[in-house]
Design a protein around this ligand. Structure first.
Ligand SMILES: Cc1ncc(COP(=O)(O)O)c(C=O)c1O
Length: 391
């Protein structure tokens, strides 16, 4: 017996939201046997030591609800890492909270702090979970476009957008999909704009270890003024190549953390125990994250080299594990159509940047993910070089 249809209309809380572009492109990739450089996840194995540590944790009996804020050993390890990298000492007891991936950290933070009627500034192109989370909190998203083609923050536009109702600014550095990074000057701008206000900055830093060419990651945690009013969000899925494990965290002053935890305890209550124990032990060796920029620089450079003679113009990539490209030499199609045609006719899946704008703004840019095995990158390049217009 199948399930009967609901006999009354459902009033959607997110009526404008369809299937995410990642699901759409991944499904299309599968249908056409395409090389998938679309969705941002690695196709290579994670460190077997981490698997052993998680397995050992399960065998040691870490299989029941841990503390709601997270396993203390993991909170301590996160605090130690952040102190080492950014010089800020978050208290594991009151200022570090383990979440089900960065996504839940973002959702819970917005849900806890944004009230109906509040405005939340968000930069576009924006990672796709931000605006639905703002809307579900009953707040109003205020999108500000990043500059094109550099995808930097237009500070004059931010100043114009701040009102007495601005409760929060959501920022993402290194940026997905823009691939830009915040500079120390950008942090100063944030400090000036939020000084003497009650604005909380939510800084999504899931790509903190993917910063290139000698630049350093300017975490908001580094800045005294900003650390006092910011929630910094991290993801072990991104850092340790295990996106399917969904473990992340929030860092925030105790007053803000208290509010995040009020909501956290009723959304997920807690995060799976064995993975938290495994991560805590794995973090004891800093080289495990300190070698990531070199690892991803090699991937970025490989992708850029092998698609150099495909008919794209590659934008600079300063951060994240994505490479942006324009395709004006071969097509005038909108990015969504072009990306679909790339899958169907050339067997390579990418993500159109237009999907990261509420109003579908289209600068005809597509995004490649280079967190892939070298063979995958080479296979994609072979196919991309066949696009007419290439040499
Ligand atoms: C900017 C950004 N934030 C958050 C996430 C989600 O992180 P997690 O898998 O830890 O929830 C992603 C995943 O692609 C991302 O690109």
């Amino acid at each position: 017996m199948s399930v009967p249809s609901t006999p009354f209309p459902i009033r959607s809380k997110l009526p404008a939201t369809g299937t995410s572009i990642f699901s759409v492109m991944s499904a299309l990739a599968q249908q056409h046997g395409a090389v998938n450089l679309g969705q941002g996840f690695p196709d290579y194995a994670i460190d077997p030591v981490l698997i052993d540590l998680v397995t050992a944790a399960m065998r040691a009996g870490h299989n029941q609800y841990p503390l709601s804020a997270g396993v203390m050993a993991l909170r301590e390890a996160i605090a130690a890492k952040v102190l080492r990298l950014y010089g800020r000492a978050y208290d594991p007891e009151t200022e570090v909270t383990v979440t089900t991936g960065a996504t839940q950290g973002i959702f819970t933070t917005i849900g806890a702090l944004a009230h109906p009627g509040d405005e939340v500034i968000v930069f576009e192109p924006a990672y796709d979970s931000y605006i639905p989370a703002i809307r579900l909190a009953g707040a109003t998203p205020v999108p500000i476009p990043l500059t094109v083609p550099g995808y930097d923050i237009d500070w004059a536009a931010v100043r114009r957008a701040v009102t007495s109702r601005t409760r929060m600014i959501l920022v993402n550095t290194p940026n997905n999909p823009g691939t830009g990074i915040l500079s120390a000057e950008d942090l100063q701008q944030f400090a000036e704009i939020t000084r003497s206000t009650a604005i909380v900055i939510v800084s999504d830093e899931v790509y903190e270890h993917m910063v290139y060419d000698g630049a350093r990651h300017e975490s908001l945690a580094r800045n005294d003024e900003l650390a006092a009013c910011s929630v910094v969000i991290g993801s072990f899925g991104k850092t340790f190549h295990a996106t399917g494990w969904k473990v992340g965290y929030t860092l925030a002053p105790r007053e803000i953390t208290a509010e995040i935890r009020r909501v956290h305890q009723f959304t997920v209550f807690t995060v799976n125990s064995a993975v938290q124990h495994g991560l805590a032990a794995f973090l004891a060796e800093p080289s495990r994250y300190e070698e990531l920029p070199a690892f991803f620089t090699a991937k970025r450079d490989l992708l850029r080299t092998v698609i150099a003679d495909a008919p794209f113009d590659l934008l600079p990539c300063r951060g994240s594990y994505f490479q942006l490209a324009t395709y004006g030499r071969v097509s005038e199609e909108p990015a969504f159509e072009f990306a679909q045609r790339l899958v169907r006719e050339f067997g390579v899946a990418t993500i159109p940047l237009s999907a990261f704008y509420q109003d579908g703004t289209d600068h005809r840019v597509i995004r490649f993910c280079f967190a892939k095995r070298d063979e995958t990158i080479l296979a994609a390049a072979d196919r991309l070089r066949r696009i007419s217009g290439s040499n």
